[in-house]
Write a protein that binds this ligand. Structure first.
Ligand SMILES: [Zn+2]
Length: 389
C-alpha cells in the first residue's frame, strides 16, 4: 500500500502507485517557498515531475483532490527510543518482559508519527532490540510507519550508564573480541555511550566518561571502516572532548558543551543534536515529580543549552533536531514540535529550523532520499500541510 502523510488533517491518505495532483504550493530547503499552484506527478510512488501550473495544461488525469494543501518534505526526528513510553521508565523496562504489550505500544507510536507528517526517525537503541525489529517490520511492509534508522544496541561500558541500551563491554579488549558478532547482529548506525546522564540536582554534574579518546577512536574506526555513521551520547566538557577527538559523526545531548568545542565541531563537520525537550518539557509541562531545587537547576541547564544552540547556529555548526522521545514527558511524535519550538526559542529563524528537521536531519540519518522535494523523491517521504510552520 502507498500512502502520504497529511499532517494538515492528522491523517494518512492512501494513494495510487501512479497519480497526479494539483497542490496550492510547496516548500523545500532547496526551492524555498513556492506559493502558487503546482502540478505534481508520480509513478511507482516516485515523483516524476513537479511544475508550476500552466493554463494550457489539461488536468484530466488528476487523481487526488489536494488543491487546498501545500506539499513539503516530511519531518524527521533524529533521536527517539521506540521501546520507551515517556510515562514511567522503570515500569516500561519491566514491561519489556511482555513483548506483545511493547509491540502494541510501538505500533501506536508509528501511527502517530505518520499522522503528524514525521516520515523518518532515528532510534537510539534498546537492549532487547525492539526498535531494530520494528525497522524490519516496517521495511517488510508488515507494519506501517515512518522509515526507522536503528542503532539496534548501543555500546557502553559494563557497570556504567546505559544498561537498558546495551549489554556493556568490560573494556576495549572485550569489544575487539566481540566486534564482528556485534556488527553481525545488524545496525544502521553505531551508537556509543560516552558519558552518563546529567544530574538535575547539581548543576554541571554529569555521569562519568566511559572511554578514553584512544579506545573510543578504535570503536569509531570499526564503524567507519564499514561505512557506518557513529552517534555519540555525550554531555559535559570532558566527555564531549573525547567524542570530538574520536571523530564521531554526531553528538547527542551535549549538555554543557563549550564554545571551543562548537568551533572544533564546525571544523570537523560533526553534527550536534541538542535534545532540549527532555529538560525543557519538564518546565513547559509542570509536574510535581521534581523539587524546587531541581526545577531551578533545570532552568539553568535549559538557559545554557539554548544559548549554546544559538551560538552553534551562528558558527554554522551542523544542527539536528532530535527529541529523545520516549524519555519522561517527551511523547513520541508530538515532542518533535516541542523540540522545533525550543530551537526557535534559542533564536533560530523558523524556516531554518524547518530546514534542520528535514534536510540536515536526513544527512544525520545518512539517507539522501529524505528531507527534500524534487524529481526522484518517494511520495511517502513527503507531507501535505495547510500552512507553513
Ligand atoms: Zn537517547
Amino acid at each position: 500500500m502507498m500512502y502520504i502523510s497529511c499532517s494538515a488533517e492528522q491523517k494518512i491518505h492512501e494513494i495510487p502507485h501512479e497519480g497526479e495532483a494539483v497542490v496550492a504550493g510547496c516548500w523545500s530547503p532547496e526551492l524555498g517557498l513556492c506559493s502558487h499552484s503546482m502540478l505534481l506527478k508520480w509513478k511507482e510512488g516516485i515523483v516524476t515531475s513537479l511544475q508550476p501550473l500552466s493554463n494550457l495544461e489539461s488536468f484530466s488525469n488528476i487523481t487526488q483532490p489536494w488543491d487546498s494543501f501545500y506539499l513539503m518534505p516530511g519531518w524527521i526526528d533524529a533521536h527517539v527510543h521506540l521501546a520507551l513510553d515517556s510515562l514511567d521508565f522503570f515500569q516500561c523496562l519491566k514491561n519489556w518482559e511482555k513483548p506483545a504489550l511493547i509491540e502494541e505500544n510501538i505500533q501506536g507510536f508509528l501511527q502517530r508519527y505518520l499522522e503528524r507528517g514525521i516520515v523518518a526517525i532515528r532510534d537510539g537503541g534498546d537492549l532487547p532490540g525492539f526498535a531494530w525489529r520494528t525497522k524490519n517490520r516496517v521495511n517488510e511492509g508488515v507494519w506501517s510507519g515512518p522509515r526507522v534508522i536503528s542503532v539496534h544496541e548501543a555500546v557502553n561500558r559494563e557497570g556504567m550508564y546505559g544498561r537498558f541500551l546495551g549489554r556493556g563491554f568490560r573494556d576495549v579488549l572485550e569489544w575487539r573480541e566481540k566486534e564482528r558478532d556485534f556488527f553481525g547482529q545488524g545496525l544502521d548506525q553505531l551508537k556509543v555511550v560516552v558519558t552518563g546522564i546529567i544530574s538535575f540536582d547539581e548543576f554541571k554534574r554529569v555521569g562519568p566518561t566511559q572511554w578514553t579518546a584512544e579506545d573510543l577512536s578504535e570503536l569509531v574506526e570499526t564503524a567507519h571502516r564499514r561505512g557506518i555513521l557513529v552517534m555519540a551520547h555525550a554531555s559535559g566538557e570532558e566527555g564531549i572532548s573525547v567524542a570530538i577527538a574520536a571523530g564521531v559523526d554526531s553528538i547527542e545531548h551535549g549538555y554543557y558543551i563549550t564554545s571551543g568545542q562548537l568551533k572544533l565541531m564546525k571544523e570537523k563537520e560533526i553534527a550536534w543534536v541538542p535534545t532540549v525537550a527532555p529538560i525543557g518539557n519538564l518546565l513547559k509541562y509542570p509536574t510535581d515529580r521534581y523539587s524546587f531545587h531541581e526545577i531551578e537547576t533545570l532552568k539553568r541547564i535549559l538557559e545554557g543549552q539554548l544559548a549554546k544552540i544559538h551560538e552553534a547556529y551562528n558558527l554554522n555548526v551542523r544542527l539536528g533536531v532530535g527529541t529523545d522521545a520516549g524519555a519522561y514527558q517527551v511523547p513520541h511524535a508530538e515532542s518533535l514540535f516541542d523540540e522545533m519550538d525550543w530551537m526557535v526559542q534559542a533564536g533560530i529563524p523558523k524556516q531554518e529550523v524547518c530546514r534542520m528537521a528535514t534536510q540536515e536531519n536526513a544527512r544525520i540519518l545518512g539517507n539522501s532520499e529524505m528531507g527534500r522535494l524534487d524529481v526522484g523523491t518517494p511520495v511517502n517521504l513527503l507531507q501535505l500541510v495547510t500552512h507553513f510552520p
